[in-house]
Design a protein around this ligand. Structure first.
Ligand code: GAR
Length: 190
């Protein structure tokens, strides 16, 4: 058995992907250990989920920093303290800057609820439903300086339920939780 990878999960929202990763680490279906949950939103529900799971939380409200470099420098210090080897973005709604990209080259992963390069950015599920596409999906990719760009590692298609964002989102999230775990396992132990 390979040694467990030490990962930091970055999240800004409800944290269903965080919860799926945490559960997979706990049950051993993902060979990794979450050493830190990083958020820019101390009030986000993901913070409660992390606390309940006994995962250390580091909250860095971005409004308190004058520059992205200063913000990321503080995050990096904490990541180094806990020995994080990979950064896993799970609904983290900020671009990653040069400080973290340089410290973790090809070691930052993101998940996005569309078949990139279609519908990058916020509200990808709403955009797909409003656009009237028949098929959307989920993408896992390595992170670069762009918004939801970077080399694609895995994609899975999901049928759009016409005019129904809620049901389409449900189907997407179920695929996300599964695809992220499988892709991370492959990536960490390639
Ligand atoms: C997920 O659908 C994730 O793919 C998306 O945010 C959601 C977070 O949900 N990420 C992006 O849109 C990145 N551009 P969660 O908080 O329940 O995990």
């Amino acid at each position: 058995m390979n040694p467990k990878c030490k990962i930091a999960v970055f999240a800004s929202g409800s944290g269903s992907n965080f919860a799926a990763i945490e559960e997979a680490c706990r049950s051993g279906t993902l060979n990794a250990e979450i050493v830190l949950m990083v958020t820019n939103k101390p009030e986000a529900y993901v913070v409660k989920r992390a606390a309940q799971a006994g995962i250390q939380v580091a909250a860095f409200p971005s409004s308190e920093y004058a520059t992205r470099a200063a913000y990321e420098k503080d995050i990096l210090k904490k990541l180094q303290e806990v020995g994080a080897e990979w950064l896993v973005l799970a609904g983290y709604m900020r671009l990653i800057g040069e400080t973290l990209l340089t410290a973790y080259p090809s070691r930052i992963v993101n998940i996005h609820p569309s078949l990139l390069p279609s519908f990058p950015g916020k509200d990808a599920i709403e955009q797909a439903v409003e656009h009237g596409v028949k098929v959307t999906g989920v993408t896992v990719h390595l992170v670069d300086a762009g918004m939801d760009t970077g080399p694609i590692l895995a994609q899975r298609a999901v049928d759009v339920i016409p005019d129904n964002v809620e049901k389409t989102a449900e189907a997407i999230h179920a695929v996300e939780h599964d695809l992220y775990k499988d892709t991370l396992n492959r990536l960490f132990h390639a």
